[in-house]
Design a protein around this ligand. Structure first.
Ligand code: XMP
Length: 418
């Protein structure tokens, strides 16, 4: 239990997350709950204060006022906030609620480490490490708490970017001393994907194979007691925890191995927003470029090769993508662009190299700006930088004779091409 908690009761609208984040920025831990939570539950959480959000934004005004009256009788400072204004929130937290504001990533880590130790005792924990931000931070945090009682499995499906697999192994096994097994399953995945062009079939095969490899490896370890999941707070909210309408069930949950025998799940990041997870990662000493990296889809490069996947196509795409990312970082644009990557289009066209006709692949470059990936605008990368990237890719990557830049936003296009 956090020492200082301020509850955000969500009556609808979009403001609850913004307000929760503002409160946390002021170093007071906050949680979003649906407005119809019982008074007993509120009392049991023992909050320092309660903020009601979204009251004016929809037709719940009368419910909001009724709730406000009931909650006020608990004797806990309560306030309706609709247009979040930091000064107003600051005054509420520090004057009305007498908060001290001591919550930050350091205190989060201390509390989390204690909780993990208490829950795990001398038992064994298994974690699937992908090299993505959430699983990496979860693994390092748990390792800090229980050391080698944590066993990590990294399934390398061969669909990662240039050097990524080696880097994951190097950082987590060699630097952090995690008990990590890398499963080199590249050939298995390539075999199963052979001849498959349909994007949804690719996703399904990769998902299934992933679980299968993970289960096989977990069996070798023997009995484990807990399994780690990298759930973060937006996943929890999306599953309905803070949702006034309780309509959505979360789509990432699932995909848990069925054949692994374990008694519970550990989700050490389930209270954190994404940028908080990144800050915890930094605090734990995970390299900045890993912690702040762009989103990368689970099926990896498989959905950035249009049509069927071969080793040759993967090699081509990896080289082109590495050049693109290197140049964007050199230009200092990596923080501004939400996602930027290369796509190997299934298209070949005529070109000319050293006076000879070629008939080779087209690489498409995709760069988008976005807040949450739900909608996106194509990134206005300066022409000179695009020019440099195009020249390098066309001359340094074999079998590529044409480079194009995708100037479509989402909608109507998606960020990925498949
Ligand atoms: P789209 O392409 O739908 O992508 O505009 C939105 C965000 O989701 C990522 N994405 C995926 N992530 N598995 C994932 O883990 C997937 O199958 C997948 N497809 C898309 C995409 O990279 C973007 O950040």
């Amino acid at each position: 239990m956090q020492e200082e908690l301020v509850l955000i009761l969500n009556f609808g609208g979009q403001s609850s997350q913004r307000i929760a984040r503002m409160v946390r920025e002021l170093k007071v831990y906050s949680e979003i709950l649906p407005y119809n939570i019982s008074l007993d539950r509120i009392k049991s959480l023992n909050p320092k204060g309660i903020i009601l959000t979204g009251v004016q934004e929809n037709s719940n005004t009368s419910i909001g006022e009724k709730c406000y009256k009931q909650i006020s009788q608990l004797g806990i400072p309560t306030k309706i906030v609709d247009e979040p204004d930091s000064d107003e929130i600051k005054n509420f937290l520090f004057d009305s609620c007498s908060c001290q504001g001591k919550w930050d990533m350091t205190s989060f880590i201390e509390t989390a480490v204690d909780k993990i130790r208490q829950r795990v005792g001398d038992k064994k924990v298994l974690c699937g490490l992908s090299g993505g931000v959430d699983s990496s931070v979860a693994a390092v945090l748990i390792h800090k708490a229980i050391g080698d009682q944590l066993v990590c499995i990294f399934v390398d499906h061969g669909l990662l970017r240039m050097n990524e697999g080696d880097e994951v192994e190097e950082i987590f096994k060699d630097q952090f001393n995690l008990n990590l097994t890398r499963v080199n399953a590249q050939d298995r995945f390539l075999n199963r994907l052979s001849g498959i062009a349909d994007p949804e079939k690719k996703r399904k095969i990769i998902g299934e194979e992933f679980i299968r490899v993970f289960e096989e490896e977990a069996k070798k370890i023997g009995k484990v007691d807990f399994l780690v999941q990298g759930t973060i707070y937006p996943d929890v909210i999306e599953s309905g925890a803070g949702d006034a309408n309780l309509v959505k069930s979360h789509h990432n949950v699932g995909g848990l191995p069925e054949d692994v025998d374990f008694e519970g799940i550990i989700e050490p990041l389930r209270d954190l927003f994404k940028d908080e997870v990144r800050r915890v990662g930094e605090e734990l000493g995970i390299p900045k470029h890993m912690v702040w990296r762009q989103p990368f889809p689970g099926p990896g490069l498989a959905i950035r090769i249009i049509g069927d996947i071969t080793q040759e196509k993967l090699d081509i795409l990896r080289k082109a993508d590495a050049i693109f990312r290197e140049e964007i970082a050199l230009a200092g644009l990596d923080k501004e662009i939400w996602q930027y990557f290369a796509v190997l289009t299934g298209m070949k066209s005529v070109g000319v190299t050293d006076g000879k006709r070629t008939y080779d692949y087209t690489i498409a470059l995709r760069g988008v700006t976005s807040i949450d990936g739900m909608s996106a605008d194509w990134a206005r990368i300066p022409y000179e930088i695009l020019d440099k990237i195009s020249i390098r890719i066309a001359s340094q990557v074999p079998r590529v004779n044409r480079v194009v830049y995708d100037i479509t936003s989402k909608p109507p296009a998606t960020i990925e091409w498949e």
